[in-house]
Design a protein around this ligand. Structure first.
Ligand SMILES: C[S@@+](CC[C@H](N)C(=O)[O-])C[C@H]1O[C@@H](n2cnc3c(N)ncnc32)[C@H](O)[C@@H]1O
Length: 347
């Protein structure tokens, strides 16, 4: 899957091929507005309200208490973006929007939209400073309580689709009984594996303010004692010796420097039981010179800005694993999320 500009007729194809279409105008003017429109629509409750069924502009204006003209403009754009259809003066969510933008669907990314609108959007103003200094924001050190809550809700939203595929395809031993989920937050990865392997229990190691906000999200899964929290810090805590069959580091390596990741991987190798697996579940930075890939590259820049670290290549991740004495096992690319993979090593 790739996000591209596609032409709709031979004349447009000619214009694009002859390099006559000012593509950067799309990036400079159209795409920022598209992104902000989706985020603000989520935050103002537009997708939630539209979930009640097809409605006129007047009905939505009244339900949302918004300005009629401005809402009409927003809905026009969201219709062009295939979030809505417009027929007989009625706006209706498309199946795509009903699944992924309507907040009550289990696969919704609505929480990520709200977090990006209220918190991460403002970080983008610092991109120029980051480019000059190379110093990112290190947001884990400065979030307010509300921001921790939006962040943890965003992590659930970002993972709902992925967790299903992770549960189906992660190469874990069927006899596993103990799992460590480092930076596991809401615990969706632990939950899918515990549901699949009846004897498995999991410990989620995360920062205390994250656990405070994530605990209610995990409780919704009804796993009882099988998935438990351990407040701590992956950079400073010992993980034990020969204690786990599965250790997962999902979307945390991109917040750590290469040196920190090596340190964490060394502790993982000690904490794994023989035959146990270590899964680094991550967005992957495309190797320089390889086929360009938007998701791996844009998240790389975003994590640089937000954490000073960034994405790593498959070879870099496998390098930490091998230096820690683990054996290369598998690389599994997600089918539902381009640019993301499980990089798996075995003890
Ligand atoms: C981007 S989220 C990923 C959450 C989850 N693993 C997933 O894949 O959806 C990163 C998580 O790591 C946690 N985290 C950040 N720094 C950490 C540290 N030093 N030790 C433990 N957890 C940390 C954050 O609190 C957050 O819950």
């Amino acid at each position: 899957m790739q996000l591209t500009i596609s032409t709709e007729n031979p004349l447009e194809w000619l214009v694009k091929t002859a390099n006559l279409a000012p593509v950067p105008l799309l990036h400079a003017q159209v795409m920022p507005v598209m992104a902000k429109a989706v985020l603000e629509a989520a935050d103002k409750g537009v997708f939630k309200a539209a979930g009640a069924g097809p409605q006129t502009l007047d009905q939505l204006t009244q339900a949302l208490n918004l300005n009629r003209k401005a809402l009409g403009e927003l809905l026009g754009l969201l219709t062009a973006m295939h979030y809505f259809t417009y027929k007989n003066e009625l706006f209706e969510l498309t199946p795509m929007a009903r699944r992924f933008a309507f907040p009550d669907d289990p696969m919704s990314v609505h929480g990520m939209m709200v977090f990006n609108n209220r918190v991460a959007w403002h970080w983008l103003d610092h991109l120029g400073d980051y480019l000059e200094t190379g110093k990112g924001i290190h947001y884990h050190d400065s979030l307010t309580t509300d921001e921790w809550q939006y962040y943890q809700e965003a992590m659930v939203a970002a993972t709902s689709t992925e967790a299903k595929e992770f549960g189906r395809r992660a190469p874990v031993p069927k006899t596993a009984t103990r799992m460590l989920d480092i930076g596991g937050s809401h615990g969706q990865h632990s939950v899918v594996l515990c549901k699949k392997i009846p004897a498995l229990t999991s410990t989620i190691l995360d920062l205390p303010p994250a656990i405070e906000q994530a605990r209610p999200l995990l409780e919704r899964q009804g796993m009882g004692d099988r998935v438990q929290y351990q407040p701590g810090n992956a950079l400073t805590d010992d993980f034990g010796t020969d204690a786990y069959d599965i250790i997962l580091l999902s979307s945390l390596a991109h917040h750590f420097t290469a040196g920190q990741n090596q340190h964490v991987t060394d502790k993982v190798a000690k904490a794994l039981r023989p035959g146990g697996v270590f899964i680094v579940n991550e967005f992957i930075r495309p190797e320089t010179g390889s086929k360009p890939e938007l998701i791996g590259s844009s998240t790389d820049l975003f994590y640089g800005l937000s954490s000073t670290a960034g994405n790593y290549s498959i070879a870099e991740i496998q390098g930490w694993q091998q230096q820690a004495g683990l054996k290369k096992h598998k690389v599994i690319w997600y089918r539902t999320l381009p640019g993301r993979a499980m990089v798996v090593a075995k003890k």
